[in-house]
Ligand binder design. Structure first.
Ligand code: AMP
Length: 291
């Protein structure tokens, strides 16, 4: 595995590989890697000749009062995990090399960036689209791997790829969870043991919503009211930034689940930690003749 810090070097490695007929998979991360990241890395590894992983805590996607400075970092461990997972190019750029003095241009992500995470974190998705486009221009991968954990990010990046005619394919991989259901996240490291116990209430509440859908309820108000009640009881959140049932493609709120299904999305605060999660809900298929 090569550790690469200069974008130009990464581009040269990738171009050379592709010129000799190889395909390239790419997994962008902010590091402090966990099994969720590793699932993306393994999938990319299995589908391509060459694999690039980037670790970059992108200052552009953090608000002034957010956790950029204290975001957990462990580059030595990340290097080891990526090497063990068969990564070819470990890209570790410095902030100054991706954003040198005079850096001005950003990518405006469109209206979906103003919903949900965008309301709570103004400017966040502009930072995401900008860094992802820069990374795609350096790696020029055949496939970009993203996690369903950040479904709004995935939809916005898919929109950018489509709208700006990028040739990269986007693959969205399922959310990896702890045994008790909590979605893996680098930010889980912030939770005290008592907060960690409450955090699992978020997925428990969402799974109650899923059970209600399976029992035949499709009305968003009924589903959300049960989920909100359970969430308040089980997670005792200090704030609920949003809880919504949304269209699986546009992420606009829906009143009723139809056959296309929908995402139940939530962001809550427990103590100082902000957690997000989502669950795809789909009404059960009823066979002809059944009620
Ligand atoms: P991050 O390091 O948080 O920016 O995440 C890097 C990539 O890993 C993003 O595409 C995330 O959606 C994805 N990811 C983060 N957590 C998980 C998880 N628990 N399961 C699957 N993918 C994840």
């Amino acid at each position: 595995m090569r550790i690469v810090t200069r974008g130009a070097d990464l581009r040269a490695l990738s171009r050379r590989a592709r010129q000799s007929g190889m395909t390239v998979g790419f997994v962008p991360t902010m590091g402090y890697l966990h099994d969720g990241h590793l699932a993306l890395i393994r999938r990319a590894r299995s589908e391509h000749h060459r694999l690039a992983v980037s670790v970059f805590v992108n200052p552009l996607q953090f608000g002034p009062k957010e956790d950029f400075a204290r975001y957990p970092r462990d580059e030595v461990r990340d290097v080891r995990l990526c090497r063990d997972a068969g990564c070819d190019w470990f890209f570790l750029p410095r902030v100054r090399s991706l954003y040198p003095p005079g850096f001005r241009t950003t990518v405006a992500p469109g209206p979906l960036a103003d919903l949900w995470e965008g309301t709570a974190r103004p400017g966040h998705f502009r930072g995401v689209t900008t860094v992802v486009l820069k990374l795609l221009n350096l790696v020029e991968p055949d496939t970009l791997y993203l996690g369903q954990k950040d479904i709004q990010q995935a939809r916005i990046v898919q929109g950018m790829v489509r709208d700006l005619d990028l040739s990269t394919r986007v693959t969205v991989c399922p959310t990896v969870r702890e045994r008790d259901g909590l979605a893996l996240s680098s930010r889980n490291a912030y939770l005290s043991p008592a907060e960690r116990a409450r955090a699992t209430g978020m997925i428990r509440a969402m799974r109650e919503g899923r059970a209600l859908v399976r029992s035949g309820t499709h009305d968003a108000r009924a589903i959300l009211s049960l989920v909100r009640q359970t969430l308040r009881r089980e997670a005792r959140p200090d704030a609920v930034d949003y809880l919504a049932l949304v269209d699986p493609t546009t992420l606009e709120p829906i009143n009723r689940l139809d056959r296309a299904g929908g995402f139940l999305i939530a962001a809550i605060r427990i103590g100082k930690t902000r957690l997000i999660d989502n669950l795809f809900l789909k009404p059960p298929v009823r066979r002809a003749g059944s009620q």
